[in-house]
Design a protein around this ligand. Structure first.
Ligand code: FAD
Ligand code: SF4
Ligand code: SF4
Length: 1012
């Protein structure tokens, strides 16, 4: 038997050494696995909860998880699982929408942590070999230097893996041009159900190579023989039953496994059969995929129609033009987008009266430019304009040639799912027949009848998606906590299956069978092929241990398969994430969760889409980026909280040491998820609320109290400076601090200044701009760090504001913002501070003053969290008058009143709290207008996150997150990095041989030349 162990160890940060006791039912299996597997073996209850869901409506606890490092690990896992009769579920990111990444009682083999490498690229042959856990976008980034890409482009490609794409036979918006994953999967290495490793590739039928394979008694030989026999015996059924579509991903790929190759030889390639098998035939450990050249330029045109029917009828005509994508959106998508803060700008250009729009894309390979690509695109679009607008039913067209304009249209198109899924309340547009596909020419008639199905079930849906290939993402709105709606889930699937088959389509053209559709495969394929599927499955996996009940199932003991009830029956109402018995506790909260519909609704907004596992842009989720652990994603935390409020774990578990340290304390509270999660799961807010309850019921540590009251200690430190700065430098002092209070000994501590910012301001005689002459009035908020430790940004703010003829005051009666207390869950104290500040500032705001902050986290505290802590007009007023200093200066258009002289290149690391509240762009704008060349880094949180980076047990992960930022800073061509956050500057200042970088306001002050 072949066995491989290529090594390839990768490091990632370990989280914490907390107890992870195995679930007793699996402890012997887990112990034996640990002896044989080099990767991670996790069979504890938390792991079961974390891997119980994917992006679908389903939920079922697995037995445990193995994160293999080597092919040998996978083989050992499969062998042992077979010995212990534990089912097996290979998994990538778990972003599947039909439930095929959920497996009750399975051992999950998660490839994303260690087996995610690009092994080789052959640019000439346009081929790459990868491990299954590689994220599709990461593969594409590596291929970019060769001008190549992996063609299938699911919308989830920023976190979805190639292994998962092969498992599902994924595809995306460009399937019109490129087809689907099976066309690009050339060779695989697969671990079979008995642990045997095989290499699948094109083998010419009856060639010596073929004869050698089938001559033996191995499992591989048996599989080849069975597959060939089943295909030959069922030829006519295969021709009849598999729909003639660009995309059809239900059932097994029997129609593609034997074919004529480019040389005209009849070949068998088992790789094609593993594509779309959803982990039910074997575990893929390596894949060789073919690649395509990447077009350099594209253009888009959006055709607007007065009715959905007109748009659908135009689809087959659109396909007659040389287009690379034909996408559809309806007016429900436009309406939701225009009502949403985040997407309104993208919906703005859509003309009134557009009931639906078709978006067509061209690329420079399909429309060659001969030196003037823009002209070529314009000519191509001119032709479609003549067809659809002048001579057709479209009443308007929006053309997009620049990258930005095209991105905006794609953003609108891709907004549909997040917008729909963030609907408040229990009824949600759920995926279960959301990728049914019919020939594009039948779309119009099919949609008409689909609407009748929805009406019969008293529900509605929005229409969008890949119209060019006949796929429409229709998600009926149901309440899956309600028994009646659960029945509708089943009967709608049933009716739509009939409808799709009547129109020669497939009920899955993109997302696979999973738990939602497997039940309906017999209807689609008929008895003969259905029996062939069961025989095929049994040949690959005699005991039906590989992901049983998926793609294929047994009707009863007489069916082909093992003599047990594994894989018997399928019902798309089973193993639901919610279900009729679902109930959740709605805790009494201190924070206001009205906007989110309540604490539990906010938790339940997580639909498992896995966007929080993307690592290439935005902020969410820094801890996952450093650790690659599911528990450290926003999804992981939301799933753990949902388990606790819904009784899957006892509610008291929330207050256990383990839950606090592993689930909550490792969330740095950056707020990245508030804006980056498509449905807005705001974990920082949830964490603050739960921490608050925890302190109330179980008390808090000395360190938490210290950091929660850091303002008082900083004030004392300033009074006692310089003595207070010497004490930590005494021999043994840092070790003692680590041992007693838990402050990391290697983290540089802030030093205190004897003269605070408030004292400096008073000493200089207050404002230098007399009130009567001032153009504006500003209270400069003396945040703890700027006031006592690093005054320069505060002084710079005064300088620039005064240069702009703004009167500045720093009143002595303000409380700290409450940010530190809030982050650590001391909500009473945060509320007290908030109330005091609102009381002091409301009259000033009435009098025309604005409140300006140097420290972004304090600005956002006023702008955002104060509204959760307090009610009433006063807080709303003060919150609306609060600005980060760069935001304020941007609004003031300072470049009109101040002359700047600057010619340095800066890189800019924004603060995650400001990114989450869409306030981060101002600094870059102001610095650029002052003359700086600015390279804004697409960086996540710096890893310090207030007190997090000082905490001994979090020091390693804080540094690991910081490293991600350091790499970006080093990659930038800028001379100096600048960052508004005090914590970020501390982290950046802790780099070897580097100084603490400046705040952008300091760079702005440096550039002030004169006031005209
Ligand atoms: C918002 C959103 C948008 C989406 N858009 C698209 C889209 O445009 N097109 C599309 O096709 N899909 C789409 N999907 C579905 C899904 O993201 C894709 O199918 C994706 O390719 C799955 O990748 P994954 O790594 O998450 O796989 P997983 O969900 O982890 O696994 C998918 C299947 O593959 C199997 N599998 C995983 N690894 C292996 C392996 N090593 N060996 C054998 N089997 C394996 C699993 O058992 C499972 O059955 C979308 C999902 C979401 C949430
Ligand atoms: S937290 Fe948000 S991004 Fe992450 S899986 Fe849940 S819904 Fe998706
Ligand atoms: S607040 Fe930040 S660290 Fe916490 S879950 Fe959200 S993105 Fe992750």
């Amino acid at each position: 038997m072949a066995r491989s162990d290529p090594g390839g160890w990768e490091t990632s940060v370990r989280t914490l050494d907390t107890e992870r006791p195995d679930v007793p039912a699996y402890s012997t299996f887990a112990a034996e696995l640990r002896e044989r597997v080099r990767g991670d073996v996790q069979f504890d209850e938390y792991t079961q909860v974390l891997y119980a869901t994917d992006g679908s409506i389903y939920q079922a606890r697995p037995a445990g998880v193995v994160l293999p490092r080597t092919v040998g690990d996978v083989q050992a896992t499969v062998e042992l699982a077979s010995e212990y009769e534990v089912p097996i579920l290979p998994r990538g990111t778990g972003s599947s929408l039909a439930g095929q990444a959920v497996g009750p009682g399975c051992v999950v083999i998660d490839f994303t942590k260690y087996m995610d490498d690009l092994l080789s690229v052959d640019p000439d042959a346009k081929r790459a070999t990868v491990q299954p856990g590689i994220v599709q976008d990461h593969l594409d980034s590596a291929l970019a230097e060769h001008g190549l890409k992996f063609a299938p482009d699911p919308a989830s490609s920023n976190r979805a893996t190639v292994g998962g794409g092969i498992g599902n036979n994924s595809t995306g918006a460009h399937s019109v041009r490129y087809g689907i994953t099976d066309a690009y999967t050339e060779q695989l290495r697969v671990v079979l159900s008995n642990g045997e490793l095989i290499h699948t590739r094109e083998v010419v039928l009856d060639s010596p190579e073929y004869e050698e394979i089938v001559a033996g008694e191995s499992k591989e030989a048996e599989i080849y023989r069975t597959v060939r026999r089943l295909v030959e015996e069922n030829r006519s059924e295969i021709d009849e039953k598999y729909p003639s579509l660009k995309r059809s991903v239900s059932g097994y790929n029997l129609q593609k496994v034997i074919y004529e190759n480019d040389e005209g030889e009849e070949v068998i390639n088992l790789s094609k059969l593993f594509v779309g098998a959803e982990g039910t035939l074997g575990v893929i450990v390596e894949a060789t995929v073919s690649l395509v050249t990447k077009p350099e330029e594209t253009a888009l045109a959006l055709y607007c129609f007065e009715t959905l029917l007109d748009a659908l009828e135009a689809v087959p005509e659109a396909l007659e033009f040389p287009v690379s994508a034909v996408e559809l959106m309806d007016d429900e998508v436009f309406r939701l987008a225009s009502e949403s803060e985040g997407y309104a700008e993208y919906a703005e250009p859509i003309p009134d009266g557009a009931a639906a729009a078709l978006m067509l894309e061209w690329d420079d390979e399909l429309v060659a430019g001969d030196g003037d690509q823009r002209a070529a695109f314009e000519a191509a679009i001119g032709e479609t304009n003549a067809h659809f607008v002048e001579d057709g039913d479209a009443f308007d067209v929006l053309e997009a040639y620049s990258d930005e304009a095209q991105e905006d249209l794609w953003k609108l198109r891709k907004a549909a799912i997040p917008l729909l899924m963030s609907l408040e309340g229990d009824p949600k547009p759920y995926p279960f027949i959301e990728d049914a596909t019919v020939p594009p020419g039948e779309l119009a008639e099919y949609v008409g009848k689909f609407e009748d199905v929805l009406t019969d079930h008293d529900t509605s849906a929005a229409y969008f998606a890949h119209a060019g290939s006949g796929t429409l993402h229709i998600r009926p709105i149901l309440n899956l906590k309600d028994g009646e709606d659960i029945e509708k889930l089943h009967s709608i699937t049933d009716d739509v299956t009939d409808l799709v088959l009547e129109h020669h389509g497939a009920f899955s053209g993109e997302h696979g069978d999973g738990r939602a559709r497997t039940e309906f495969n017999p209807e689609m394929y008929g008895e003969d092929l259905w029996t062939a599927f069961k025989e095929l499955k049994t040949a690959f996996d005699p005991e039906w241990l590989l992901h049983p009940g998926n793609v294929v199932y047994r009707s009863g003991p007489d069916d082909p398969g093992p003599d047990n009830d594994r894989g018997v029956g399928a019902d798309n109402r089973e193993n639901l994430r919610y279900g009729a018995g679902y109930q959740s506790i709605e805790p009494t909260t201190d924070l206001d969760f009205d906007d989110e519909g309540g604490f539990s609704q906010l938790v339940e907004l997580c639909n498992g889409c896995g966007t929080c596992r993307q690592t290439d842009s935005d902020v969410m989720c820094p801890t996952y980026r450093a650790s690659k652990e599911e528990i450290q994603t926003t999804r992981g935390r939301a799933n753990m909280l949902r388990a606790a409020i819904s009784g899957d774990l006892p509610y008291e578990e929330i207050h256990s040491e383990r839950f606090q340290t592993e689930v909550l304390d490792l969330c740095v509270g950056c707020k990245g998820c508030k804006s980056d999660c498509p449905t807005g799961v705001d974990l920082a807010k949830l964490k603050a609320e739960v921490k608050h309850e925890h302190h109330r019921e179980h008390g808090s540590s000395l360190r938490a109290k210290l950091f929660g009251n850091i303002d008082r200690f900083a004030a004392l430190g300033s009074k006692l400076a310089p003595l207070s700065n010497v004490a930590p430098k005494l021999p043994g002092a840092r070790l003692l601090m680590e041992k007693t209070v838990g402050i990391a000994r290697d983290r540089a501590l802030p030093t205190f200044r004897r003269q605070s910012l408030e004292e400096w301001f008073e000493a200089r005689g207050g404002s230098h701009v007399p009130a009567p002459q001032a153009d504006a009035k500003v209270v400069l908020f003396p945040d703890t760090f700027t006031n006592y430790s690093y005054l320069e940004p505060g002084k710079a703010a005064v300088e620039v504001l005064e240069a702009a003829n703004v009167r500045v005051e720093i009143p002595g009666d303000l409380a700290p913002s409450g940010r530190a207390a809030f982050s650590l869950g001391f909500l009473d104290s945060a509320e007290e501070h908030a109330q005091r500040n609102v009381d002091v500032l409301a009259p000033r705001v009435d009098d025309g003053w604005s409140v300006v902050f140097v420290e972004p986290s304090d600005a956002v505290m006023f702008q955002d969290e104060y509204l959760d802590l307090l009610d009433g007009e006063a807080v709303e007023k003060v919150s609306a008058a609060a600005y980060g200093v760069m935001e304020y200066l941007d609004g003031l258009a300072v470049e009109e009143s101040i002359s700047f002289e600057a010619n340095e290149r800066l890189s800019y690391h924004g603060h995650c709290n400001q990114k989450a509240t869409n306030k981060d762009h101002h600094a870059v704008g102001v610095l650029r207008r002052a003359g700086y060349a600015v390279d804004p880094l697409d960086s996540t949180c710096c890893g310090m996150a207030g007190s997090f980076g000082y905490e001994a047990e979090h020091y390693d992960i804080s540094k690991a997150i910081g490293e991600l930022l350091f790499e970006q800073v080093e990659a930038s061509e800028a001379d100096t990095v600048t960052a508004p956050g005090a914590s970020c500057r501390s982290q950046l200042g802790d780099r070897d041989g580097e100084k603490k970088p400046p705040h952008p306001i300091e760079k702005l002050a440096e550039a002030v030349e004169s006031t005209p």
